[in-house]
Design a protein around this ligand. Structure first.
Ligand code: FMN
Length: 134
């Protein structure tokens, strides 16, 4: 029987153990301008800390493949090279810690248009999150 700390073989990958991190939106990317959807220092610190803590596999949060596919305006994106480079910085660090990086590619469309997202989380003050907004 496999146990929590046994390696998990997955096709060409071998995840070191079964303590993984689920995708969780940080709502912390710029919402407009050239940095729209680009992973910033908040994202790096957030994921790097979990990798340094020994997480076996980290699935990065829902990451939109086009601007209109974002779940919230502050989602990560992966539709241009700037975004890809910023995600690459995170990926390289995760690998350096022995963590397998993954990403949840997303296209939410109407969900984005119908409601307001929770506020970004990368400030010192956390505003209350308004109920279910999806
Ligand atoms: C702040 C927050 C953001 C989340 N963002 C995502 C997301 O981007 N994609 C997703 O599939 N699930 C998202 N989830 C759901 C989590 O990945 C996870 O499924 C949920 O917290 C239940 O975890 P559990 O199955 O370990 O109880 C989010 C959850 C939280 C609390």
């Amino acid at each position: 029987m496999s146990t929590l700390f046994d390696p998990f073989p997955l096709r060409s990958l071998s995840v070191p153990h079964r303590v993984w991190m689920a995708p969780m939106c940080q709502y912390s990317a710029e919402v407009s301008g050239p940095e729209t959807g680009v992973a910033n220092d908040w994202h790096f610190a957030h994921y790097a800390a979990r990798a340094a803590g020994g997480t076996g596999l980290i699935l990065l949060e829902a990451t939109a493949v086009s601007p209109e596919g974002r779940i919230s305006p502050a989602d990560l994106g992966l539709w241009n090279d700037t975004q890809a480079e910023a995600l690459g910085r995170i990926t390289r660090f995760l690998k350096s810690q022995g963590t397998v990086p993954g990403i949840q590619l997303a296209h939410a469309s109407l969900r984005n248009l119908q409601s307001q997202p929770p506020p970004p989380t990368c400030t010192n003050e956390r505003a209350p999150i308004r109920g279910h907004w999806g």
